[in-house]
Design a binder for this molecule. Structure first.
Ligand SMILES: [Zn+2]
Length: 351
C-alpha cells in the first residue's frame, strides 16, 4: 500500500524536529524512529526522504510547521518525489526483516551499496524497518557504517522502543518518538482506504489503540469491518462477560466449550484476548464515567453490566486474562491456558 505522506500531520513532535533539521541544513546521519507498530514510522521515513530530495517545496514544508494547518509535505510532484512515491528511486533503500530476521549478509550488502556514490539523490536514504530483528552480527556490521557515515546519506532505523536495540547503535542515532495515532485519523483512514462507513470506522478505530496497521488488519481480515465487529460481539458474548456476574452460574461446560473453540483458531487467540481485555477495561472505565472507551458503540449495554458487577471482580478478571496472555507467550498449551482462564473468570465472581 502506498505510504501515507500526510502522516506527519499527526506526529507533530516528529514533524517539528524533522522540519528543524531541514531548515538548519544539519541533518543527523542516523535517525531512530520509535513508537508502537502502526504509528506511521515507515511512512514518515519515506516522507522525510522526499522532503530531503524535493526540488519544489522544501520551504513550504518548513513553513508549514508554523501554521496550524500544515502546508504541503513535501510537493509530491517533482521527479525525485514521484520516484520515491513509486518505489523507483535508486537511492531510496528499504530493508525489512525476512522471516522475522535481518541477517548479516543483507547488512553487508547495504554497506557495499553505501560505499558507492549516490546515483542522483541530494541525500540518499536507507530505511531499516524493525531494526531489532537484526542478528547481533548484523547489528555490529551496521555499527561500522554508523561509525564512519558515508557522505550524503541518511540512515533511518525503526523500532518499538530504544531498549530493543544495542545501546551502541542507539547512542549513534538521533531518536525521535512517535505517539499512537489519534482515533480520528484512524477512522478517516479506514473510510478512505477501505471504504468503511462512518459508523463502522468510528466503532473500529478505538479498538486499534493508536495503530493504523492494526486497524487495517482488523478490517481487512474479515473482508469488512462489520464482520469484525460481529466477531467481537460474538467473542464477548460467548465468554459470558456481556452479562453481569450471574454468568458464573451457567453450566461450566459452556465456558469450557468456548475455550475449546477459541483454541482451535490458534493464530487468532491473541486478538480474542485483547478484545476481552479491552471490554473489561471499558467496564472499569464506565465506573468513573470515563469517555475514553474502546467499545464506544457498546456503551449502553456495557453500562448495565458495569453497574451490576463488583469492581474487584472486574480487576480479578483482567488479571486472569493477562495471566493467560503470559502463559501463551511462554508456550503453555493453548487449550489448557484458555480453560484455566475461563475458570478464573467465573471464580472471580464467587470470591
Ligand atoms: Zn517534490
Amino acid at each position: 500500500m502506498e505510504p501515507d505522506f500526510d502522516i506527519l500531520k499527526h506526529q507533530k513532535h516528529a514533524h517539528r524536529l524533522l522540519g528543524a533539521f531541514l531548515k538548519s541544513g544539519h541533518i543527523p546521519h542516523a535517525l531512530l524512529f520509535t513508537g508502537i507498530e502502526g504509528s506511521g514510522k515507515r511512512d514518515a521515513a519515506f516522507t522525510f526522504a522526499m522532503a530531503c530530495n524535493c526540488e519544489e517545496s522544501p520551504t513550504d514544508w518548513v513553513q508549514g510547521l508554523k501554521k496550524t494547518v500544515f502546508g504541503p509535505i513535501p510537493c509530491g510532484r517533482c521527479l525525485p518525489c514521484r520516484k520515491i512515491v513509486s518505489g523507483n528511486h535508486p537511492d531510496m533503500i528499504l530493508l525489512a526483516p525476512e522471516r522475522s530476521v535481518i541477517k548479516i549478509a543483507r547488512i553487508r550488502q547495504l554497506c557495499h551499496e553505501l560505499s558507492l556514490k549516490p546515483y542522483e539523490a541530494k541525500r540518499r536514504v536507507a530505511v531499516i524497518v524493525d531494526a531489532p530483528w537484526m542478528t547481533p552480527e548484523a547489528g555490529n556490521a551496521l555499527l561500522k557504517i554508523l561509525e564512519e557515515p558515508p557522505p550524503q546519506t541518511l540512515l533511518i532505523l525503526t523500532a518499538v522502543q530504544r531498549s530493543d536495540l544495542l545501546p551502541t547503535l542507539v547512542s549513534r542515532c538521533h531518536s525521535i518518538r512517535f505517539h499512537p495515532l489519534p482515533e480520528s485519523h484512524i477512522a478517516a483512514a479506514l473510510q478512505n482506504r477501505l471504504g468503511l462507513s462512518a459508523d463502522e470506522a468510528d466503532a473500529l478505530a478505538p479498538m486499534a489503540n493508536g495503530s493504523l496497521s492494526r486497524a487495517l488488519a482488523m478490517a481487512n481480515r474479515e473482508a469488512g469491518a462489520s464482520k469484525w465487529l460481529n466477531r467481537r460481539r460474538a467473542i464477548i458474548s460467548a465468554s459470558g462477560l456481556d452479562r453481569p456476574e450471574s454468568f458464573s452460574f451457567e453450566p461450566l461446560t459452556l465456558s469450557l466449550a468456548f475455550a475449546e473453540r477459541l483454541s482451535d483458531e490458534k493464530e487468532r487467540i491473541p486478538e480474542a484476548l485483547d478484545i476481552l481485555q479491552c471490554y473489561l477495561r471499558d467496564l472499569v472505565a464506565l465506573r468513573w464515567a470515563s469517555p475514553h472507551l474502546f467499545n464506544k458503540d457498546l456503551t449502553h449495554k456495557m453500562q448495565y453490566v458495569s453497574q451490576h458487577t463488583r469492581l474487584e471482580v472486574l480487576m480479578t478478571q483482567i488479571e486472569a486474562i493477562q495471566r493467560a496472555q503470559r502463559n501463551l507467550t511462554a508456550n503453555v498449551n493453548p487449550r489448557l491456558a484458555l480453560e484455566t482462564m475461563m475458570i478464573h473468570l467465573r471464580n472471580a465472581c464467587h470470591e
